[in-house]
Structures are given as C-alpha cells and as structure tokens.
Design a protein around this ligand. Structure first.
Ligand code: HEC
Ligand code: HEC
Ligand code: HEC
Ligand code: HEC
Length: 425
C-alpha cells in the first residue's frame, strides 16, 4: 500500500545557537529569545528513489562533519575507549547490575542488556540482540531507511516481520535521519511517531532538542496495531506518562512470579532533561553533545554524539570556565549519588518481589490486597526504571531524578509494610 505521508513535519531552521549568549553569560538584550526560531511548514518528503540515505554520499562535501559522525564507531580516533563511557565494547548491564534479572524477569532485558553505544552501531546492535523483536517498528530509530519503508508500506509496516524487512536495509542512522536530503541547510524531523506526538503535545520544543528527541524518548507499541506511540497525551512528566498507561490499562509484561502488570521504560532522555536547570537556561542537547569544535584551523559542528565529558572544554567550558576536571568531578558526584539511590530502590523492589512471590505461592490473597500490591510494585518499579534507563545517570536533571526515586521508595516501602503485615497475620 503506497500512500502520502500524512503528518506535518516540523522543520527547524537553526539560525546557529549563539551559545555564548545563553545561560551564564547573560549579556543578551532583555526579551531576546534564547532559542533559535522554529519554522513550521510542510516539507516535501523526497520520492523514494531520490532519498539520499547513506552518510557516505556527503563525505566529500562535508568531510569534517562526516568524519566526526563516523567517530561514533570509536575506531577512527585510534583509541579503544573506556567501556564505562560507552566505548567499543558494549557494557553488560546484567553483569554490572545482577538485580535486574529479578526486576526484568519475564522479558528479554533479563537475558541480555547492553549499554547504548555510538550511532554507528544502531542497526548492527538491533539486528544482533537476542531480545525478541515484535516487528519492523523496531527499526524506527536504527536506520535512515525507516521513512522510505513507511512511505512504501504505510501502517502495514508496523506488522511486517523484522528479520525479513531488515534484509533490504543497507544503512544505519545517517545524515538523512536529521536532514533528509539537505544537510547544511536545516534540521528536519523524519520520525513519523515523533512528529505526531509533538502535534498532540502542548509544549514548545527547542530545535536543538527536537533532533535528538526523535529517538531519545519513551515509547511503546500500541498492542492492537503495533504502531509506535509516544505516551505524551497528558504531558511528559514521570507521573503524567504513568497516568497515560494507567488510563489504558497498559502493561508491557506481567512479572512471572508476582503477576504484576509492569511498564518497561525506554531511554527517556528528552523527558528527563526537559525542565532541568540547564534546560531552563535555554541549553539544548546539541549544545553539550554536538559542540562547535576546532580542528586543523577549521571550526565545525561536531556530529560525534557521545559523552560530552570527552569534550568538556567545548561542551561546558564556555559557561563553567576552563577547569574541566572540576566540572567532570561535579558531574560524577551527581551520578554517584543517583547510582546509590537507584541501588537502594532496586534492593527494596527485589525484596518486595521475593516476599510477594512467596505469598502468592503460599496463600490465596484476596483481590483487593492483590491489586494493591500490584499497584505499589508497578509504581515503584516504573520510577526506578525511568531513572535507571535514562542514559545520563541522573545528570540531565538531578532534582527530577531524586524526586522520582524518592517517590519510588515511598511506594516500595508501603508495599513492604503491607507484605510484612500479611506475613504476621
Ligand atoms: C542526530 C541528528 C543529526 C545527524 C544524524 C546529522 N546531523 Fe548534521 N546537524 C544536526 C544538528 C542538530 C545540526 C545543527 C547544529 C547547530 O545549529 O548548531 C546540524 C548541522 C549540520 C550542518 C551545518 C553546521 C555546520 O557545522 O556546517 C551540516 C553541514 C551538517 N549538519 C551535515 C551533516 C552530515 C553531512 C551528516 C551525516 C554525515 C549529518 N549532518 C548528520 C543533526 C544531525
Ligand atoms: C534515528 C534515531 C536517533 C537519533 C535522531 C538520535 N539518536 Fe542517539 N542513539 C540512537 C540509538 C539507537 C543509540 C544506541 C545505539 C547502540 O547502542 O547501538 C543512540 C546512542 C546515543 C548515545 C550514546 C553513545 C555512546 O557512545 O555511548 C548518545 C550520546 C546519543 N545517542 C546522543 C544523541 C544526540 C545528542 C542526538 C541529537 C543530536 C541523537 N542521539 C539523535 C538513536 C538516535
Ligand atoms: C548540560 C549539558 C547536557 C545537555 C543539555 C544534554 N546532555 Fe546528555 N549528557 C550530558 C552528560 C554530562 C552526560 C553523562 C556523560 C557521562 O556519564 O560520561 C550525558 C549523557 C547522555 C547520554 C548517554 C551517553 C553515554 O555516553 O552513555 C545520552 C544518550 C544523552 N546524554 C542524550 C541527551 C539528549 C537526547 C539530550 C537532550 C534532550 C541531552 N543529552 C542533553 C550532558 C548533557
Ligand atoms: C550555557 C551555559 C552552560 C553550559 C553550556 C553548561 N552549563 Fe552547567 N550550569 C550552568 C549554570 C548557569 C548552572 C547553575 C549555576 C551553577 O551551579 O554553576 C549550571 C550548573 C551545573 C552543575 C551543578 C548543578 C546541577 O545539579 O546540574 C553541573 C554539575 C553542571 N552544570 C555541569 C555541566 C556540564 C558537565 C556541562 C557540559 C556537558 C555543562 N554544565 C554545560 C550553565 C551551563
């Protein structure tokens, strides 16, 4: 089934983020907008045969940008980097956090879960994962060819077989994902579900966040159709996303030992970052992750999406000054704190699951108690997961991460007390 793309695609004409006029260096005229202008209009999606889907096609015209983009493979700068920073060797979360085998019991993430690595690997990694893939929708954030597939197949795409569909794909993430055929002119949104969600969302998203939020967001597959949906009808806060799922009685899976209907959160970087201290200063993803860098006397926008701590001077220095080590230490202190709180909450949930499972096995719990325990378990684990799978370990929004984990602990504590009471009966 061929058809026209229905969605309105937002184009962002990025007028150059004059970063020195942002945030800390508050020299701008009062009332001057912190973000560049957004221009909404319908863009022509190129005809399928005319889509420029490979990155190599732009290598000659933009050699430095191309080179920096390919650095997401981490081969090209000659260093095999620290896997802690998401280097060449993917970090195995299950080895590092064995408790997730209990928390994610019943889904693929308990069997295999590697940390994210560079854009270069997105397609390879989704092909190689042993986790089951419900359909071709899984390709949405892994290849520049997704829009082609969508134009060619329409909504049938969501139900197509992953393995068959992937046979005809040659390109991973490329320039097309953010620029279509016009790198250098403007950033474009090519992800249909994101364009659709933005229309439903009452929030002005700065262009520098849009490019990344196409993929770095929470999503789910609509059970009836397999469509990718961003659960944003109520907003993008932690509670609002939960309310969306609750209203629909949605669960990704049921925990095999307790029967709890659970939500599996996926990389909500955009949702976490929005509202942060840095976001309120008008800083966007690209200011930190795609800074302007200078090499061989030329300046260009780095397309090496990676930890900004590797370019701490370019990414943070203009506001935080030249002492890169100090700002890295401050960042890591936040991450260490959040990691500690995550560990506390996950051990509470592990105990909750163990105690709950024993009760379920040994006793006939009445419906009301069962539902109350399910609800508390679901709420606690959703909050742990939200912070755990957000890829900055709390840095993007330390206060939101703290609050979320505190709420999670409260729910877990209530469940533990209820379980204790039942055990003493
Ligand atoms: C993940 C999204 C993304 C991908 C993929 C991407 N770009 Fe960009 N690109 C951006 C964003 C965002 C900006 C705007 C940066 C700004 O305005 O500061 C940009 C800016 C540019 C610019 C203008 C700025 C400059 O320094 O000249 C060029 C040219 C460009 N990209 C080329 C490319 C090429 C070539 C590729 C593929 C090798 C590519 N881009 C892949 C997001 C992307
Ligand atoms: C088309 C979808 C897509 C877009 C657009 C996108 N990303 Fe990603 N990103 C991914 C996927 C998928 C991964 C994980 C790849 C893997 O592990 O194989 C990833 C991984 C990353 C990583 C981890 C890299 C590492 O080495 O640990 C960073 C950082 C990142 N992205 C930043 C960004 C930023 C900043 C933007 C916007 C300029 C952006 N991404 C836009 C899909 C996308
Ligand atoms: C104020 C700077 C800043 C902004 C703005 C920012 N980030 Fe980050 N981001 C960081 C830092 C610092 C880390 C942690 C890196 C580390 O631990 O090495 C990080 C980590 C990440 C990671 C994981 C990288 C890795 O190496 O594992 C991803 C993915 C990511 N950010 C995406 C985004 C997206 C998407 C946005 C916008 C919605 C965004 N970031 C906005 C500073 C920023
Ligand atoms: C456009 C200016 C700007 C940029 C770019 C910027 N910051 Fe900040 N940052 C601030 C301001 C302003 C504050 C609040 C005052 C303060 O604590 O210094 C802040 C606060 C912080 C804090 C402490 C508060 C918290 O909880 O987050 C850390 C840590 C931090 N920044 C790290 C970074 C890192 C790492 C980068 C680069 C990846 C970065 N910042 C980029 C302006 C900036």
């Amino acid at each position: 089934m061929k058809r026209e793309l229905k969605f309105v695609v937002s184009i962002m004409v990025i007028l150059g983020l004059l970063i020195s006029s942002l945030g800390c260096a508050r020299e701008e005229e009062p009332g001057e907008p912190l973000t560049p202008e957004i221009e909404d209009e319908r863009v022509e999606v190129p005809n399928v045969g005319e889509m420029i889907l490979s990155s190599e096609a732009w290598q000659e015209e933009y050699p430095m940008i191309y080179e920096s983009f390919i650095r997401t493979s981490r081969y090209k700068d000659g260093v095999i980097e620290d896997p802690e920073l998401g280097g060449l060797m993917p970090l195995d979360y299950i080895q590092e956090y064995p408790e997730i085998e209990i928390l994610y019991d019943g889904i693929g993430f308990a069997k295999e879960y590697y940390a994210a690595r560079g854009h270069y690997y997105a397609l390879t990694d989704v092909i190689n994962t042993v986790r089951p893939k419900p359909g071709a929708s899984c390709l949405a954030c892994k290849t520049s060819e997704y829009e082609r597939l969508y134009v060619e197949n329409g909504d049938d795409l969501f139900r197509m077989d992953f393995h068959e569909t992937v046979q005809e794909i040659e390109n991973g993430i490329s320039c097309y994902n953010c620029h279509r055929n016009e790198p250098g002119e403007r950033v474009q949104v090519t992800s249909p579900h994101f364009a659709d969600a933005v229309e439903r969302l009452d929030l002005e998203i700065p262009p520098g966040n849009m490019a990344c939020a196409q993929c770095h967001v929470e999503y789910y597959f609509e059970p009836e159709t397999g469509t990718i949906v961003l659960p944003w009808d109520n907003g993008i806060g932690v509670d609002e996303i939960e309310a969306y799922f609750d209203e629909r009685d949605f669960h990704d899976w049921k925990h095999p030992r307790t029967g709890t209907p659970l939500i599996k959160v996926q990389h909500p970087e955009f949702e976490m970052y929005t509202d942060s201290l840095h976001a309120r200063l008008g800083i966007t993803c690209i200011d930190c992750h795609m800074p302007t860098v200078e090499e061989d006397g030329e300046t260009y926008t780095s397309h090496w999406a990676k930890s900004p701590l590797k370019t701490v001077n370019e990414s943070c220095g203009q506001c935080h000054g030249p002492d890169g080590d100090a700002i890295i230490a401050d960042t890591q202190a936040i991450q260490k704190e959040i990691k500690g709180e995550l560990a506390e909450l996950s051990s509470m949930i592990v105990k909750l699951i163990e105690d709950f499972a024993v009760l379920v096995e040994e006793r006939d719990l009445d419906e009301e108690t069962l539902h109350e325990l399910w609800s508390l378990h679901r709420k606690a684990q959703y909050r742990w997961d939200f912070v755990f799978v957000e890829n900055s370990t709390g840095f993007h929004n330390a206060s939101k991460a703290r609050r979320t984990l505190e709420d999670g602990k409260e729910y877990a504590q209530q469940a533990l007390e209820l379980l204790e009471g039942l055990n003493n009966q």
